[in-house]
Design a protein around this ligand. Structure first.
Ligand code: 13P
Ligand code: ZN
Length: 312
């Protein structure tokens, strides 16, 4: 299936974004009997820029699946939508609230698009609003309200298990005034495979090899990757380790034996960073398959690239 990134907002677009054409529907049942009806068609008509962002996410989810980086539910995506919201007047009490274990002070009252835990990228590509949601953080930044999920789907919907890392990264981005709004986590095969090889379990060796496989890897990822040694997925510990990398100016963090986390102004920008590095990793493996260790760019060639492209 093809997705256009620059879509015109039409009724069809809303159907695709919502993933269902039987809208609007009321949240039903007794537990959240006071939940507001959330009319997504109306919402996206008023928030066309958000509709565009979500269409871009759906396109990316399709790429991730096509690339083989999104087995089962692998990967997750979040985007800070706060600056795109036309109307911040939500009666939050009417939307289900979920307490967080930590407070994210810089995120108070902000809005995020977040993919759901256990959801498939290939499904997200077709029905983003069934497989992801928009959350609004509370005013203390220690809880969130899911504002878009229809009640009939809420019972088996929760944001990604990597929410601790996504929120920690957004907290850092917002508090430092970064223009980056998108956070993408995926399982790129060759990059993960490289971290299975002991000699690449230092950032220095990994970066030297990735840069050495193709000059563009240095041009577009001049700070290189930050490598996080294996830590339990979904934990605050891995979130803490990950933000160390972004604090130090990296745009890609590699989780040893697991995957990549990247930031960008858009999800496409974040994806590009991982894609470029993945290309280098693929070249390394292809060369190795010929029975030869690839030469890589030499120190003088890397120094020349550094001189030409590393922003002072
Ligand atoms: P979720 O389905 O919870 O997003 O987890 C996928 C994943 O890649 C965990 O690291
Ligand atoms: Zn993962």
């Amino acid at each position: 299936m093809q997705y256009k990134f620059n879509v015109k907002i039409t009724t069809n677009t809303f159907d695709k974004i919502d993933g269902c054409s039987d809208l609007p529907r009321r949240f039903a049942g007794s537990m959240h009997a006071n939940l507001l009806e959330f009319d997504m068609i109306e919402f996206f008509q008023e928030n066309k820029k958000i509709a565009k962002v979500i269409t871009e996410v759906a396109g990316l989810a399709n790429y991730l699946w096509q690339k083989g980086w999104a087995e089962r539910n692998a990967g997750n995506i979040s985007v800070n939508l706060s600056e795109l919201m036309t109307d911040n007047d939500f009666e939050l009490d009417h939307f289900p609230m979920f307490q967080l274990e930590r407070s994210y002070d810089a995120l108070a009252n902000l809005y995020f698009f977040v993919t759901g835990t256990g959801k498939r990228m290939r499904d997200l590509a077709i029905s983003p609003m069934k497989n992801a949601c928009i959350i609004k953080m509370n005013k203390k930044g220690n809880a969130y309200h899911i504002i878009t999920m229809k009640k009939k789907n809420l019972y088996n919907f929760r944001p990604t298990s990597e929410l601790p890392t996504h929120l920690a990264v957004h907290n850092l981005l917002v508090s430092t005034g970064s223009p980056n709004k998108a956070v993408v986590h995926t399982h790129p095969n060759e990059l993960v495979a490289m971290t299975q090889i002991p000699k690449f379990q230092t950032a220095e060796m990994l970066n030297k090899t990735l840069w050495g496989m193709h000059p563009e890897a240095f041009v577009f990822v001049p700070r290189g990757v930050f490598l996080v040694p294996y830590i339990l997925p979904g934990s605050h510990k891995i979130a803490d380790a990950t933000i160390e990398g972004f604090k130090n100016g990296h745009e890609v963090v590699i989780w040893e034996k697991h995957g990549a986390f990247a930031i960008g102004e858009t999800v496409s920008d974040a994806f590009d960073m991982i894609d470029i590095l993945s290309k280098s990793a693929q070249i390394w493996f292809m060369a190795m398959q010929t029975g030869n260790e690839p030469e890589g760019l030499n120190d003088a060639q890397l120094a020349e690239l550094k001189e030409a492209f590393l922003k002072k």
